[in-house]
Design a protein around this ligand. Structure first.
Ligand SMILES: CC(C)(COP(=O)(O)OP(=O)(O)OC[C@H]1O[C@@H](n2cnc3c(N)ncnc32)[C@H](O)[C@@H]1OP(=O)(O)O)[C@@H](O)C(=O)NCCC(=O)NCCS
Length: 340
C-alpha cells in the first residue's frame, strides 16, 4: 500500500472520522505527519500553547491534570483524537498526555484541524467528544439536603450508563412507572441515550453520594420543533425521595437550561404524582387537560433560588455548565449543538 493509502486506512479507524468519504480522508492525510513515540514520552504538556493535535493509530496514552500522577483523567487508545480541546478553545493545554505503550500516530497543525472539522459531521462529533472529556474532569458541586445529607452534583458521563442499568434494577416499580410510564426496566440503548449527551440540547445532572453512587438525576431535552422549549424529567432513588433533592435538581436544571438558551420547560406527569406536581406548581406550571391520567404542562424556566439553590451554588453550577458548553472554535460555524 502507498504511504497515502496507509494513512487513509489508519484514518478510517479513527472514531470521529468513521464513515467519512475517502476523498476527504485523502485531503486530510496530505496534511498529517506520521510519528512514533516510546513509552514515557510526553506528547503534550499542560500549560503549553496548543499548535497541534494527534490521531492515535496504535498504542495507549495517559491524560493527567496537574503535577500529581494519580490525577489521571483518562487513558486514550488507538482510534482516538487527542489534543483537540485546547485547539477548539484556543487556550493552553489543560492536561499532560504521555505515551503508556509504544505509540504510533498522525500529527496535524491548525490547517489539518480546519480540514478535519470541515468534513461533514466531524465537527459535531469532535466538539461533543471534547465536551464529554471536559465533563469527566470537572469537580462536582456539593449540596446539602434539609436533613443534612451531603450530596454532590455533576453532569452525567457516558460511563454512567452501566451504573444507570444497575440502579434501574434497584428502583421500585412505582418510581419506574412514574419516570418512564412503564414498569419494564430500561434497555442498554435507553441507558446509552440518557448518558451520552451533548450538554447543550440534552443535559443531565446526576446527584452522587459519598461513595460516588448516583442517587438521582434530572434532565432536559430540547424540542426539535421549538429550540426555546425543553422536556424535563426527574428520577430519584426511592430511599432519597421526599427529602428535597427533587426541588434542588429543578433549580440546577434551570441554571443549565438558561445558559443554553432554553426559556420554557415542558413535562408529562402522572396526575397522581403529587411530589412532581408540587415542584412544577411552585414554578407556575400551566397544565393542559389530563389524558389517561397523564398531565402535560409548560412553564417559564424558573429562577433557581426558590428551589433552595444558594447564590454560591448557583455560581458553581453555572461555571460547570459554561465550562462544558464552551464557545467552540470561531470557524466552526454556528450550528446549535456545537456552538453557544
Ligand atoms: C418526583 C420526584 C422527582 C420528586 O423529588 P423529591 O426529592 O421526592 O421531592 P422533594 O422532596 O424535593 O419535594 C418536592 C415537593 O413535593 C412534596 N412532596 C414530596 N414527597 C411527597 C409525597 N410523597 N406526597 C406529596 N407531596 C410530596 C414536597 O412537600 C415538596 O412540596 P413543595 O414544593 O410544596 O415544598 C421524586 O420523588 C422521584 O424521582 N419520583 C419517581 C420518578 C418520578 O416521579 N419522576 C417524575 C417524572 S417527570
Amino acid at each position: 500500500m502507498s504511504d497515502e493509502g496507509e494513512t487513509v486506512a489508519e484514518l478510517e479507524a479513527v472514531d470521529v472520522l468513521a464513515g467519512a468519504p475517502d476523498a476527504a480522508l485523502r485531503g486530510l492525510a496530505s496534511l498529517l505527519t506520521p510519528f512514533t513515540a516510546a513509552p514515557g514520552t510526553t506528547l503534550m504538556r499542560e500549560g503549553e500553547a496548543a499548535h497541534h493535535f494527534i490521531l492515535l493509530t496504535d498504542g495507549e496514552a495517559r491524560v493527567v491534570v496537574g503535577e500529581r500522577d494519580d490525577n489521571e483523567l483518562a487513558i486514550v487508545a488507538e482510534g482516538s483524537i487527542v489534543g483537540e480541546i485546547a485547539l477548539l478553545r484556543e487556550r493552553p493545554r489543560a492536561s499532560t498526555v504521555t505515551a503508556l505503550t509504544p505509540v504510533r500516530g498522525l500529527m496535524g497543525g491548525r490547517a489539518a484541524f480546519t480540514q478535519l472539522l470541515a468534513i461533514e459531521g466531524v465537527a459535531d462529533k469532535v466538539v461533543t467528544r471534547a465536551r464529554r472529556r471536559l465533563a469527566a474532569g470537572l469537580v462536582p458541586v456539593p449540596m446539602t439536603l434539609d436533613d443534612g445529607t451531603a450530596l454532590r452534583l455533576r453532569p452525567v458521563l457516558p460511563a454512567d450508563q452501566w451504573r444507570l442499568l444497575e440502579a434501574d434494577a434497584l428502583i421500585s416499580a412505582k418510581t419506574r412507572y412514574r419516570r418512564f410510564f412503564s414498569v419494564t426496566g430500561i434497555t442498554p440503548a435507553t441507558a446509552r441515550y440518557l448518558t451520552e449527551v451533548d450538554y447543550i440540547d440534552h443535559f443531565v445532572w446526576v446527584a452522587i453520594d459519598d461513595e460516588q453512587t448516583g442517587v438521582g438525576g434530572a434532565s432536559y431535552i430540547r424540542s426539535r420543533s421549538d429550540p426555546s422549549v425543553a422536556d424535563i424529567s426527574f428520577s430519584i432513588m426511592d430511599e432519597l425521595q421526599g427529602r428535597g433533592l427533587g426541588a434542588l435538581l429543578m433549580g440546577a436544571l434551570a441554571i443549565a437550561a438558561r445558559r443554553n438558551g432554553i426559556s420554557r420547560f415542558a413535562a408529562d406527569v402522572l396526575s397522581e404524582n403529587a411530589a412532581m406536581v408540587a415542584i412544577l406548581n411552585r414554578a407556575g406550571m400551566e397544565w393542559d387537560m389530563a389524558d389517561r391520567g397523564i398531565r402535560h404542562g409548560t412553564m417559564a424556566v424558573p429562577e433557581p433560588a426558590p428551589y433552595g439553590i444558594a447564590a454560591d451554588t448557583e455560581r458553581s453550577l453555572g461555571a460547570l455548565v459554561d465550562e462544558i458548553g464552551f464557545r467552540a472554535w470561531h470557524s466552526l460555524g454556528t450550528t446549535r449543538g456545537s456552538m453557544r
